[in-house]
Structures are given as C-alpha cells and as structure tokens.
Design a binder for this molecule. Structure first.
Ligand SMILES: [Zn+2]
Length: 346
C-alpha cells in the first residue's frame, strides 16, 4: 500500500513502525506543503486499520473494506447551506473527514466528530477521522477537538493535516504525534507526470521544477499560460540587460498591469523571480541541469552573461518590496511602472 505512494520514504517507515508495534497514537498531525500527499497517506493509514485481510501491517487493497476506501470521493460541498455543518463520510462506515468550507472549519462538524469518535467501530477494527487543513478550525472548533483529544477511545484515530502547524493551538500540537512530509524531488514528480498522468515529455521537466516539490501544484499549473508569462518576462530581462530598450519596458509594464486580479499579477512576479534566480545561478557558474527554466537556457545564459550578482540580488529585493506594497491595495499600473524603473536603475 505505502509502496504505491510517492516519495517520503521516512514517513512510510515511521508509519509502518507505528502500525507494527501496535502503538499507533490516537492522534497524528501530518505537516508539510500543500499537494505533497498528506491526505493520501492519511487514507492509506485508514485503510490499513479497517482492512479485513491485512498483509503484515499493510492494507491488502483487495478486500471490500479497502475497495470502499479507494472508491471514496469525499464529494465537494453541495449547494445546501447546511452541508458545511457536516462531516463527510467515506464509503466506509468507520472513516470520515472534516474539511474547511470557505476557509473555515466550524464547530458543528467537530462536535459530530467528537460524538462519532466515542462509538465502537461498526465494521473494521478502528475508526479513523481525518481533519484536512486543520489550521482553518475556528476557536470553537479547536476547543471541541481538544475535548476529543483529551479522552480518545483506543479504537478511534484522528489524523490532522496542515501545511502550517504553527497556526494550530499549542495544546493541540502537543497532543499529536507529528509526522513531517518533505517536498518531493523534481525527478520523482517528473517521472510520475510522464508515467501516471501522461504529461508530454516536453512539458514534464518544467512542470516538475516549477512545482517546488508538490504534485498537487504540478498538476494545477497551466503550462501554456506559464510559458506565455515567461516569454513576456524574458523580454523584460533582455531589455534590462541586453538592449536597454526603455520603450519595451513600458510596454511590458502595461502587460503586467493588465493582470485580471492580484493572484494573476503575483503569478507573473513568481515567474520573473524564478527567471532571475536561474540567470543568477548560471552567472555564478551553476549547472544548467539545476535551473527551473532549463528549456529557456539559451536566453537565460545570454542574460546571465550581462547580469552581475549584486544586480540580481537588488532585483529580487525590489520584487519582494512590491509584494509587500500589494498588501495595501496599491494601484497595479503605478506599481508596475515603478518596478520597471527600479529594475532599470538597480
Ligand atoms: Zn483490505
């Protein structure tokens, strides 16, 4: 079972050890970036606990219990207003999940969890409750969870997941055993994209490298859109280092400012930053293999030849300052013009 999950070998080993010892803690906290498999691992643990025909400590993947967990889709919230007040059940009567609705986990589903955690298992040897993105619990929900954590029945297991454990109450963290997930290697993601998701080999390396170790992120990137933004930002860097073309910079500034919202605007800034980091690394003699935008190598090499380290560092600082200014709803046209002028002057 764990063998078909990607990467995180240390996590697999510690979960197997806990299952083998028969001392899986009543509550686990899975931490690590978005989209690196925390929920999939949580479901595998659930399967291992409810499987009727375990192979060692692992789920068999064949019995009806395993199949029902695998078939569970945890449907998205429906239109009914009270949907958000409920726990979401899997196809198995002992496995359920609570997750945020519009970035809040409210108290009602946590009270349902508290109630259900007190029942004996219906079918399996244990009950498993997953709280996805637990950092979104409001105060009341967190307090309800604390009550559950105080006297957990031995047959009920809680698995909380979060990319941001410091956003949880310290009293919650201290009652959970923390399992840390690491970002996946770009090569692992690349192989997965090609083999499992049939992503073309021309796109997989770039997707894997822009994903910062997260399969979820790699699957969400629109590669054509990324390349379009990148072409426009390469034009900016060429104007800054090679041609000194100020008219082009003003034109690029207009393009940048035409972003449909702040998230869209920041995505282009992300691309610009990644290009600057790549050119900086190449300028320092770093290997071409290690850069994110390997498929734009010749442009980046030309830019790198004209880019002193200090200037690359100053550019990244300007972009970070602009991001700070965006927090206060700055006019994007003025901000973009200002950025281009500062990059030219740096
Ligand atoms: Zn099974």
């Amino acid at each position: 079972m764990f063998s078909k999950l990607l990467g995180n070998e240390e996590v697999k080993e510690s979960l197997k050890r806990l299952l083998t010892s028969g001392r899986l803690p009543g509550s686990l906290l899975f931490t690590g970036e978005e989209g690196i498999g925390k929920k999939l691992f949580a479901l595998e643990v659930a399967k291992a606990l409810v499987c009727r025909n375990r192979v060692g400590v692992e789920a068999c993947d064949q019995c009806p219990a395993c199949k029902r967990i695998d078939a569970s889709t945890f449907p998205p919230f429906g239109k009914l207003d009270d949907d958000k007040e409920r726990m979401i059940w899997s196809e198995h009567a002992d496995v359920a999940m609570v997750r945020p609705y519009k970035q809040i986990i409210r108290v009602t589903p946590m009270r349902e969890l508290e109630r259900e955690a007190n029942f004996r298992p219906f079918e399996g040897a244990a009950r498993v409750f997953i709280v996805e993105d637990a950092e979104y619990m409001n105060d009341q929900a967190a307090n309800a969870l604390l009550k559950t954590l105080e006297e957990p029945p031995a047959t009920s297991h809680l698995i909380l997941t979060t990319p941001n454990p410091t956003a949880l109450l310290a009293t919650i963290r201290s009652r959970c055993q923390i399992i840390r997930f690491a970002p996946l290697a770009a090569e692992t993601i690349e192989e997965f994209l090609v083999k499992e998701k049939k992503v073309p080999e021309s796109d997989a390396p770039l997707l894997a490298r822009t994903s910062r170790g997260s399969i979820g992120r790699a699957l969400n990137v629109n590669i054509d859109d990324y390349r379009k933004r990148r072409q426009s930002m390469i034009t900016v860097l060429k104007a800054l280092t090679l041609t000194g073309d100020r008219v082009q910079l003003l034109h690029s500034s207009e393009e940048l400012a035409a972003a449909k919202d702040r998230a869209d605007y920041e995505q282009t800034l992300d691309v610009l930053e990644s290009l600057i980091r790549d050119a900086w690394a190449l300028g320092l003699g770093g290997p071409a293999q290690a850069i994110v935008n390997k498929d734009a190598l010749s442009d980046l090499q030309n830019i790198a030849n004209e880019l002193p380290s200090a200037r690359a560092a100053a550019w990244l600082k300007e972009i970070e300052e602009l991001r700070g200014a965006l927090e206060v709803n700055l006019n994007r046209k003025i901000a973009s013009d200002g950025l281009m002028m500062k990059l030219a002057a740096a």
